[in-house]
Design a protein around this ligand. Structure first.
Ligand code: ADP
Length: 582
């Protein structure tokens, strides 16, 4: 309780007030008592002088025996104790006691003072009357003749009673005043601390994120100024927080859209921030990533080494890492931050793949061109060297030259077709098409070829098939490419089945054969340009048919894939969107 300013102020006030009032009342009591005693002393001095004047003639006439009754009379009339003391200190008369029983009074302080300096007084306890008394003694003198001492005494009971009364009044006054003072002090401290409490409440709310809090204070004192400053501060705070939030959102937007993984790790190697690309790269959602150590997240020592090098050298570190078993090619840049490090991870897997594809493409195209060109050269040279005149072989040689030239022409045609499709030069003529009709037409075109290969060709189409939204000519090209491959790679007595079925918003077309199948290692790559699964068997093809098919299907927002088992056969499937009903 006393830790609060309110109670500290109140207590200080009360203590101060009580101390002041206590001091004041002590002074007052002392002052009043002094006044009372002074008045009493003056009164007793006058009375003592009067007593002395009355007694002097008796002393002068040595009527010693009359002095005691006189003292009793005077004592009764002024209600005070009167004592007449002789020149030698012997008590001659006393209004309260028998003088004969009283000892010599010369040594009494008031008597001694009266003898030495005129008037003497003293306050002390009277054993005879058992109470505090004030004694005032004056010498009885006339014309330098000293007769004795007259002493008047009064008990201080009355004064003490009056002083006790005054004391009680003062204490009561102090009590009431202190009570009022406590209430006033509490009120003052309450009104002083109220705005501070309000300030503290507001601070708590601001700290919990309610930045619109304002203090309504009208006072123009220091607390009012503080409230004004506080309001100003919360406005500035809100501005700063808004600015920071905007900046953070902007950075988050940038980080979430860039394709590279960005991570921040703290001094204890704990991940404190990751962007979406990094989440994807490490295949863990953000809430699981935060708080993990970098090695737990990366699960790769080479990656962790780069970070550790950056931490130990305090310099940026770069490295190329091939992760296992995912086989991701990563370029990692670790940069020291004030506390912790920033890790930038660039996934080069796709780039590397493209690079391989490009290299393969160049190698393949060179290879594909070299073979027919070499045979053309051999055939031409043989003819040149005289075979032209040999009627038996010349026509055959010329046929083969024709065939090789056709093959080259087909390759060039397919390449230019592929490049046109890839570059988007061939516009899609999207229209509702009857896929069953397209398939039947394509089957008819290649039926002779299939029969020549002793293959059974079957087309299965469901009734009432929805129309597909596609470019008829290009779709027919895809079906022909797939069918052509199936015929090419299926040995005699095999069968080929083309089937269509509707599926949600797509139409699905499959070409299944009972052919040689495709090795599992080659399967993911057969849609690449020039890729041939089995180079020996695929001798006749260009390796471009599936690449063209994939590009056409992609352009229709469909999917194409292959399933195959070596030695058993393959199924090539693609989907096309149906015409929407609306
Ligand atoms: P190609 O002109 O060589 O047929 P494609 O791009 O059409 O080129 O096919 C690429 C390769 O895919 C082929 O060389 C072959 O190895 C494999 N392939 C395609 N279709 C089949 C199939 N039905 N059965 C077995 N292998 C196939």
């Amino acid at each position: 309780m006393f830790r609060s300013i309110r109670w500290r102020i109140a207590t200080t006030f009360v203590i101060l007030i009580l101390a002041c009032m206590g001091g004041l009342s002590a002074y007052l009591l002392h002052f009043v008592k002094g006044n009372y005693l002074d008045d009493l002393r003056t009164q007793l001095t006058c009375q003592a002088q009067l007593v002395g004047d009355i007694t002097q003639p008796y002393l002068d006439r040595s009527q010693i025996e009359d002095i005691d009754p006189l003292a009793v009379n005077m004592g009764n009339s002024i209600h005070a104790r009167i004592t007449i003391i002789g020149r030698d200190g012997v008590v001659l008369g006393d209004s309260e006691k028998d003088p004969r029983t009283m000892d010599n009074h010369r040594g009494r302080p008031e008597v001694a003072t009266a003898l030495s300096s005129g008037t003497g007084s003293s306050i002390r306890h009277s054993a005879a009357l058992d109470c505090d008394m004030m004694y005032v003694a004056v010498p009885i003198t006339v014309d330098d003749n000293f007769y004795g001492v007259a002493r008047v005494a009064l008990p201080l009971v009355g004064i003490n009673q009056s002083l006790g009364h005054i004391n009680r009044m003062i204490i009561g006054g102090i009590g009431i005043t202190a009570l009022i003072a406590i209430l006033v002090a509490l009120q003052i401290s309450r009104s002083t601390t109220q705005p501070l409490k309000q300030l503290s409440r507001m601070s708590r709310r601001i700290a919990s994120g309610e930045l619109d809090q304002r203090i309504q204070l009208t006072s123009r004192d220091e607390v009012g100024e503080l409230a004004e400053e506080f309001n100003l501060m919360s406005v500035k705070l809100k501005e700063s927080v808004t600015l920071l939030t905007r900046e953070r959102d902007r950075i988050e937007a940038v980080l979430s859209t860039i394709g590279d993984g960005i991570l921040i790790v703290d001094e204890q190697n704990r991940v404190t921030m990751v962007n979406r690309a990094a989440e994807k790269l490490f295949e863990l959602p953000m809430d699981k990533v935060l708080g993990l150590s970098f090695i737990e997240l990366a699960r790769d020592h080479e990656l962790d080494d780069i970070l550790q090098r950056c931490r130990s050298t305090g310099k940026q570190q770069t490295g190329l890492v091939e992760t296992t078993p995912e086989k991701h090619s990563l370029r990692v840049v670790a940069t020291p931050l004030g506390s912790g490090s920033l890790v930038h991870i660039q996934d080069l897997t796709q780039l590397r793949h493209l690079e391989t594809v490009r290299r393969d493409f160049v190698a393949n195209i060179s290879h594909e061109l070299r073979t027919p060109i070499a045979s053309l050269k051999v055939l031409a040279e043989t003819l040149q060297q005289g075979a032209i005149n040999d009627k038996a072989v010349a026509p055959d040689f010329l046929d083969r030259i024709n065939m090789e030239t056709d093959r080259l022409a087909q390759m060039v045609n397919e390449l230019s077709e592929l490049s046109r499709i890839e570059s988007g030069e061939v516009p899609l003529k999207l229209e509702p098409i009857d896929l069953a009709g397209v398939v039947k037409r394509a089957a008819e075109r290649l039926r002779t070829q299939a029969e020549r290969g002793q293959l059974h060709l079957e087309v299965i189409t469901p009734p009432n098939l929805s129309k597909a939204l596609a470019d008829e000519e290009q779709v027919e090209q895809v079906v022909i490419n797939l069918l052509h491959n199936a015929i090419k790679f299926t040995p005699p007595q095999g069968s080929i089945t083309i089937s269509i079925r509707a599926e949600d918003n797509f139409i699905r077309l499959s070409v299944a054969d009972t052919g040689c199948g495709i090795p599992a290692d080659d399967l993911p790559r057969i849609f690449e340009r020039f890729y041939k699964a089995d180079k020996a068997r695929a001798g006749g093809g260009t390796g471009l048919g599936l690449a063209i098919a994939r590009h056409i299907v992609d352009a229709h927002h469909g999917k194409i894939w292959a399933e195959s088992e070596e030695g058993k056969g393959s199924i090539f499937t693609f989907t096309l969107p149906v015409v929407s009903k609306s």
